[in-house]
Design a protein around this ligand. Structure first.
Ligand code: GAP
Length: 553
């Protein structure tokens, strides 16, 4: 059922021009997507709603509800390719890499650290030494945990597969797995990969950094190696001093940015959910260390409410605090906003946005050099020569508060949202099937996208009831009045009126205006509501303001 719903959303997205596979006429390219005429409007509306909430509608004189005090907000737009040292100091160069293993038979790819290898023994195994060279015939690998995997080894199908792979019966599966990475090359050659029937199909592990590489300038040399940014956040950290020096912001304040990020994801999947090129909406909020926990809670709750205000139902949205084990080494607290995407099983949620308390990790790193944890404390990581492994800028990134005369390194709260994931969540949430009467008054199933009016790609459609008696001309005038007012409008005079409504329902247009005989005599039109199906008559002279008012509700 869940799959069915997602399939329908993907099909609608393509059919009505929301989202297409990138380069589709050449067979597509995995992990990349194009937004069509309606998709580009929807995504722009999501972006604008976020930017308005963060920047244009932000009132720096008054504390918003729930905020400890008023604060400043500014925006930036930074480059996609940055100095390579940024990624060394941020940790992305070393830590954003996975070791990968390919299965030649299944054409599957695994992260080497996810592969658990259980020793396989002959019947002479006494259960003592799991890696007894006399009895260990090889390994069976899995990405599952010990608890998940061992019960399956009792099953008939599994026993048969093992016997076939190792050419012997009465085999014993050891209970102490080893990591694929810890095996010798000879041992790796004796591993049975997940879901295959032949031993030795896994390749040697190789490094796979998720950052896309490129070169700047004419020479493809190591000195010219650069990276497409995997997050927009670093653009704000490296400009912290610039923003402080060139604008009148005072801590606490936020720097926001919307822009493309790139990650060479190993398994892009679930429509636009995990892509290789995607857009982020990130904000770095710089505050006094002593107030950071309050700000963390404020931003976590405010971001949740943003999604709810724009139509995501609370049943489908959760705020999940990370456990201690999940926290990044620098983080004091992180909460994910997660949505019940229809491609997931019931009760499962996928990440929409992370709200992280990053402490002073980023500013400190860009000042002094890449940090690592030693005895529970963050210190500058040293190379073999005793110098910082990756040097920071050496610039003073501390902040001086001229009211309190205190100098400190601000702490950072980061709400980091994916624009494509948010757009996908709004699309999934909007998708409904219900019934509405057709032109003959008979109930028909209709597909309707119940977008919040702020997000709907087209806000209003104008129809002449018939193509004569001056109605098309009058409808044209109304259409142009909406254009002039900057309200996204469509015009349609093709087919029965019921069918025209249906076409607009399917793309989420909240209001349809019909010009009929009464318009020509009494100067009123019908305005039909997409969700309630209610139709009311409104004077043409008041139409634009009427629709503007209803869009704000
Ligand atoms: N600066 C912190 C940061 O980048 P993240 O959790 O890796 O944190 C933030 O990314 C958001 O960006 C995610 O919550 C998600 O919405 C979006 N995102 C990350 N990887 C993505 C991908 N491969 N495809 C689409 N969106 C992605």
């Amino acid at each position: 059922m869940a799959e069915n719903r997602m399939d329908k959303i993907v099909a609608l997205a393509k059919r009505r021009g929301f989202i297409y596979q990138s380069s589709e006429i050449y067979g597509g390219i995995n992990g990349f997507w194009d937004y069509g005429p309606l998709g580009v409007e929807l995504k722009r509306n999501v972006r604008n709603a976020w930017w308005a909430d963060m920047i244009t509608e932000h009132d720096e004189l008054t504390a918003p509800e729930g905020a400890p005090q008023p604060f400043d907000m500014v925006g930036v737009e930074t480059s996609i390719i940055m100095h390579p040292q940024v990624w060394k100091v941020s940790g992305h160069f070393d830590l954003f890499a996975d070791k990968l293993v390919d299965c030649r038979e299944k054409k599957a790819r695994f992260r080497a650290d996810h592969l658990n290898c259980f020793p396989i023994h002959g019947e002479e195994f006494d259960g003592e030494d799991d890696l007894d060279v006399k009895t260990c015939l090889g390994f069976v690998s899995t990405t599952e945990t010990v608890e998940e995997f061992l019960p399956q080894t009792e099953k008939k199908g599994f026993v048969k597969r093992l016997e076939k792979a190792f050419g012997r019966d009465k085999l014993v599966v050891g209970t102490h797995p080893r990591k694929f990475l810890d095996l010798t090359p000879d041992e790796r050659a004796k591993v049975l990969a997940p879901d295959v029937e032949t031993v030795g199909t896994l390749t040697e592990p190789r490094d796979f950094n998720l950052m896309f590489e490129t070169y700047t300038g004419a020479l493809q040399s190591d000195e010219n190696r650069a990276f497409l940014r995997p997050e927009t956040a670093q653009g704000m950290f490296v400009n912290f001093k610039n923003v402080c020096d060139s604008s009148r912001v005072k801590v606490p304040f936020g720097i926001a940015q919307i822009g493309k990020s790139f990650r060479n994801e190993i398994t892009p999947r679930n429509f636009t959910f995990r892509s290789r090129e995607f857009e982020q909406m990130e904000m770095e909020f710089f505050c006094h260390p002593g107030e950071s926990l309050q700000w963390y809670q404020y931003w976590r709750d405010r971001r949740y409410e943003w999604f709810v205000k724009l139509g995501i139902s609370k049943e489908n949205l959760i705020l999940r605090e990370h456990t201690k084990e999940e926290l990044a080494h620098y983080s004091v607290g992180t909460a994910d906003l997660e949505y019940a995407f229809p491609f997931l099983d019931a009760g499962e949620y996928g990440e929409l946005e992370g709200v992280a308390h990053r402490g002073d990790f980023d500013l400190k790193s860009h000042m002094e050099g890449k940090q690592c944890k030693e005895d529970g404390k963050l210190v500058v990581e040293k190379g073999p020569d005793g110098k910082p492994k990756y040097a920071g800028s050496g610039k003073d990134l501390t902040y001086f508060d001229d009211q309190t005369r205190e100098r400190f390194l601000p702490h950072v709260i980061e709400p980091a949202a994916g624009c494509d994931r948010a757009t996908l969540a709004f699309l999934c949430e909007a998708y409904h099937e219900d019934t509405a009467p057709d032109d003959k008054g008979e109930l028909q199933t209709r597909v309707v996208l119940r977008f919040h009016p702020k997000l709907a790609p087209i806000k209003v459609a104008v129809f002449p009831l018939i193509k004569k008696d001056g109605m098309p001309e009058k409808a044209g005038e109304i259409y142009r009045a909406f254009k002039k007012a900057g309200i996204a409008v469509a015009y349609d005079q093709q087919g029965a009126i019921g069918r025209r409504y249906r076409r607009m329902d399917e793309i989420g247009t909240p209001f349809c205006i019909t010009v009929d005989g009464d318009t020509m005599t009494a100067g009123t039109v019908t305005v039909r509501d997409r969700d309630t199906l209610e139709q009311i008559r409104v004077p043409v002279t008041e139409l634009v303001e009427h629709i503007r008012g209803r869009m704000e509700q």
